[in-house]
Design a protein around this ligand. Structure first.
Ligand SMILES: Nc1ncnc2c1ncn2[C@@H]1O[C@H](COP(=O)(O)OP(=O)(O)OP(=O)(O)O)[C@@H](O)[C@H]1O
Ligand SMILES: [Mg+2]
Length: 597
């Protein structure tokens, strides 16, 4: 190094040049760089005092930095390159400079960002011909790179990818994602920083001699997007298939292989508890919600049928009193004995006195059988189920026998209960070979239920059947309907009772004799027939009105019913039961009836 004065002189001269001329920014920077180098050399050789030397060094460095990083257009902005070449410059000029640049390949590999690169590349797999992305498989490759650039005098050579080409087995890492970590990795011959990972400029060997041009991240992104699209187009990478590398697409969340056992939602508190199926407590009040516990007697029965029984079958008709039923004293007495009393005093009516399981009301049509059923409902205080055989067979086709089972099950839970089956002959008619399978099944179910197989002897369930065709009932049913009550045509007194009762609802002017005469003339009439006669007679006074008076007349002005009306009505209303039919009933009663009329 020159003597102290010489150095000073040179330095002053350089300074002067710097101050006087109007060099460009890069020129200035160059001069400042030399000054800095010069000062640090003088410091090292103790040509200048340490204090003075350091002062000058910091001044020069500041003005250098000011130029390089000047935010204006002139800012050279290539601070990092220059700093690097500066440092490598210092390294050359003053071998014995004490401080050592950290920019050795060891130091670089030790940098966090480089470590990230190395780590990141260690597990990535090459996915086919991603040639245009620079590859680092591990530290050795990075070290190799630096050896290579060191050999070329620090000038980063073109990144020769010969040994870095992406071989299918090598990891792929796109170092683009961490620019700071690539700044020092490669400086192209023009000093322009290029990126090792520059997908666009990074290309396979044939492009290597093309100068690497620096691209901004945005440009890079567009270029890579284009490349990616090309790569993914089917003809772009046939090798993907050949590599057999096609990750299975699993839509959404990957299902775990072991399918958890499906547990159906249940109303049970704890499905592990073995508390059996739902229990229903069927209350007399159908509006009650079904409780969560199923009565043992309802096990295995379709809840819908249970609901049906409760909504459709339970009778909620208007209450009927025994007085509403004219005549039929014997029948009424028997029913009271068999139905009402046992319901009221089950403690007395047990064992031999226990009530029968079934009653049959038979007789000509319109004699009050259904009426009796309704009266039992309102008078017995029992839960009353009224079902007609035709609805059982038609409405619930195929459900017949299930319906029967549900019916008896619900009744047994709501005992004392009366099951009234109107037109029971169409349900339990004589079995024949030609009959339909479903009706046969219904019958069988009925017999089982009637037999009390499902109801213990203490159960208070009464089945009341009504029919006007008793001879058609199957003998098995007949046996089970132990009380077979004949409901005959009403006698005079009954007919007089029906007429009197009905006339009281209207204004009438008839003498007792006249009424009796009417009763006489309705011999053979059923209760229903008598009722029809009264209705007809009541129309008499209306018919005597002129048509035009109808709209004006008040109810008081309508004349009362008179015997003439009945005389006319008798011309129109005829008895519905023939003598022949009548004899048939009487005959049947003699054979199968429980006596009395
Ligand atoms: N003994 C009676 N007392 C009062 N009214 C009666 C009597 N018998 C019949 N009736 C009248 O006739 C109508 C029909 O009676 P009910 O429906 O009980 O006849 P039924 O015996 O059931 O006939 P079917 O065998 O055709 O079903 C009743 O609504 C009632 O007005
Ligand atoms: Mg009836």
């Amino acid at each position: 190094m020159g003597s102290h004065n010489e150095n000073l002189h040179t330095w002053q001269q350089r300074n002067f040049t710097f101050q006087s001329a109007n060099p460009t920014a890069s020129k200035k920077a160059g001069i400042l760089r030399q000054n800095i180098a010069h000062i640090s050399a003088s410091l090292a050789s103790h040509d200048v005092g340490t204090r003075f030397g350091l002062k000058c060094l910091s001044d020069e460095t500041q003005s250098y930095v000011a130029i390089v990083d000047d935010s204006g257009a002139s800012g050279l902005n290539n601070y990092s390159e220059n700093a690097l070449s500066l440092v490598s410059g210092i390294k050359e000029q003053s071998q014995h400079v004490t401080w050592k640049s950290g920019l050795t390949e060891k130091g670089i590999v030790g940098l966090d960002s480089v470590k990230q690169i190395i780590d990141a590349t260690s597990h990535l797999k090459c996915s086919g011909n991603e040639k245009n992305i620079c590859l680092f498989s591990d530290k050795t490759l990075i070290n190799k790179y630096f050896q290579k650039s060191a050999n070329v005098g620090g000038q980063a050579s073109k990144t020769q990818h010969t040994d870095m080409d992406c071989k299918p087995s090598k990891a792929v890492y796109n170092v683009r994602s961490n620019p700071a970590s690539t700044a020092f990795l490669n400086q192209g011959p023009s000093g322009k920083r290029t990126r090792l990972d520059d997908g666009a400029s990074q290309s396979d060997s044939e492009d290597d001699n093309k100068p690497h041009v620096f691209k901004s991240a945005r440009e890079q992104l567009c270029i890579n997007q284009k490349k990616k699209n090309q790569r993914h187009s089917p003809q772009a990478n046939p090798t993907k298939k050949s590599l057999g590398f096609s990750p299975k697409k699993s839509l959404g969340v990957r299902r775990n292989q072991c399918f958890s056992k499906f547990v159906p939602p249940s109303n049970h508190k704890d499905s592990t508890e073995d508390n059996g199926p739902m229990k229903y407590k069927v209350s007399a009040d159908p509006s009650d919600k079904l409780d969560s516990d199923i009565h043992p007697k309802l096990k295995g029965i379709d809840p819908n049928l249970i609901e049906l029984v409760m909504s459709e079958v339970m009778d909620h008709g208007a209450p009927i009193h025994w007085d509403h039923i004219a005549g039929l004293e014997y029948a009424k007495a028997t029913i009271k004995e068999v139905v009402i009393w046992p319901m009221m005093r089950p403690d007395i009516f047990t064992g031999l006195r226990g009530p029968p399981k079934g009653i049959l009301l038979f007789g000509p049509p319109g004699t009050g059988k259904t009426l009796i059923g309704k009266c039992i409902a309102s008078q017995s205080g029992a839960t009353f189920f009224s079902i007609s055989a035709s609805s059982l067979t038609s409405k619930w086709i195929g459900q017949g026998e299930k319906m029967v089972r549900a019916l008896f099950a619900v009744a047994s839970i709501n005992q004392p209960a009366v099951i009234f089956i109107d037109e029971i002959d169409s349900l339990l008619s004589q079995r024949s070979d030609s009959e339909h399978e479903s009706s046969r099944r219904i019958k069988t179910e009925f017999f089982v239920q009637l037999d009390g197989a499902t109801t213990s002897s203490e159960d208070r369930i009464l089945v009341v059947g009504a029919t006007n065709r008793p001879h058609e009932i199957d003998e098995a049913a007949r046996r089970r309907l132990v009380k077979r009550l004949y409901i005959p045509l009403p006698e005079d007194g009954a007919r007089e009772q029906i007429i009197t009762k009905l006339l009281q609802e209207q204004s009438y002017r008839m003498t007792e004799e006249e009424i009796l005469s009417v009763v006489k003339r309705t011999e053979g009439f059923s209760g229903a027939d008598v009722t029809n006669l009264c209705k007809e007679a009541a129309l008499g006074p209306i018919r005597s009105l002129q048509f035009q008076d109808i709209s004006k007349i008040s109810t008081e002005d309508v004349r009362p019913i008179a015997v003439e009306d009945f005389n006319k009505a008798l011309e129109r209303v005829r008895p519905s039961v023939s003598k022949k039919d009548l004899s048939m009933y009487e005959e049947w009663n003699k054979v199968f009836g429980c006596g009395g009329i």
